[in-house]
Write a protein of this length. Sequence first.
Length: 528
Amino acid sequence: MASHQILNEKVIDYSLYLVTGRDLLPPGKSYLESLEQSLKGGVKIVQIREKSVDTAEFLKVARESQILCKKYKVPILINDRIDIALAMHADGVHLGQTDMPVSIARGLLPKGSIIGVSCNNVDEIKAAIKDRVDYVGIGAVWGTKTKELTSPIVSVRGVGEMLNHLNGTHIKAVAIGGIKATNLLRTLHGSVSTSGRALDGIAVVSDIVGSKDPLDASRRLCDIFREFRNALPTSVASHHPYTPDYIKASASRLLEDLKLINPLVQQITNIVVANQSANATLALGASPIMASAPEEMEDLSHVIGSLLVNFGTIKDKEGMLVGGHHANLNKKPVIFDPVGVGATRFRRAAADELLNTWQASVIKGNAGELAALAKSDEVKAKGVDSVGTGFADPGRFVKQLALTERCVVVMTGPTDWISDGVTVVRLDNGNKLLADITGSGCMVGTCVAVFCAAAASSAVQRFEGKLVSGDMLCGAVAGVLALTIASELAAARSDVRGTGTFLPALIDELYNLTAAKIQQYAKIEVVG
Ligand SMILES: Cc1ncc(COP(=O)(O)OP(=O)(O)O)c(N)n1
Ligand SMILES: Cc1nc(C(=O)O)sc1CCOP(=O)(O)O
């Protein structure tokens, strides 16, 4: 989908939208110098926003800015003030919810003027559609110091939901509020509708205006936007026409790769399972680091192969927030295991906060946990366990959740269901003793994290515009297969007489797992 629009024969490119803010200029930097550098760096549309000056000064600044914008063939819009826009023949206006109504502004402005409005929720989007505006400014997507916010933060997942409503319209959408080079890729990947509609641009004040080098700041934002546009349409899908044989071969190869790579797998997990998760990691040929302090997350994010965030006893939320942010920044897979998320309001709110802060590569849970995450009441949970027979159509459910959260979703149970939003895989391995020991679900999360680390580390092709390289669907399938096949082999051993002997045997079978065993025992079906 093109990020530009044709109005009055003019092509409007919203990809990098500068909103001015003279009060944020660094000491010694002149406003016009900063504006020209940002235009050189790739700003494609400018809005003059002056909140605390009189009319004469607003008009002067707008006219001086217009000369530069004309030089770079960039449209100029005026924030709030129709009179200023008319007086200087601006290309259009940006209106807030309490400014001049769109229908009246349209009557006053010359035909073909660009009209954009601020939207903070779905109702405002619906009104903007009725008003046939040219674009919407959705915000604030993150917290910002540039302006005191009077409406709730939308967050990236909220932007995606609002974009769903713009499907089938010609209205363009930019996000605004707290966007900077360090969160831009995350912002873009998170802000996509379930049908794949992405943002047409980003509107930025401080990351450009506050920079001593606005040319470089703008160029960096432009580059990230372009790389995102050039990347594959979903963040993790590799778009291979998956077949059971292909997946089996990939899972087997990943096991061999991981024994060579020996990735470091960081796990923020719960005390109940920490020991057995670390042992499972080692048994597969990876190295565990069970680190949860926020202060160490940045350093670790450079050296880890993947990060597992397991909710379990949820004491380390700050570490989880910071860890996921840095993992995204350094393009390391994040595996999210929202243990017992349906159990309390605190857990539900924490899951939302985490998923609004970083993007998971894989979300893994049982039917009850994933239902709670998706705010579906089709399946109920009791504590950390799922209750009842599960979803009527589990394949459809995981596919939809994968599209909404833009990641791979793994739903564990007697049958495991995995989807990247395009393909749905059904796995039928596993022994019922897994349900009788504590932490087997958490160990699945660990195994998925181990194999996703291998998938990311051994990825042949890297796309700058993706949050993570490598085939996360195959990584997730391989992780589930490893534990479930090992459970079948362990349960069949003559030295296993109950749950007490099953757990060490399970670790043994993970240790002795081979590519040939995966090929021999994996029960895989591609169902959609
Ligand atoms: C692109 C874009 N989106 C939103 C806004 C916010 O406008 P508004 O709601 O009018 O608030 P103020 O900017 O007037 O504080 C914007 N300016 N640009
Ligand atoms: C002007 C403005 N409008 C917002 C909204 O939410 O409508 S947020 C915002 C400020 C954006 O500045 P920065 O890029 O420095 O965070």
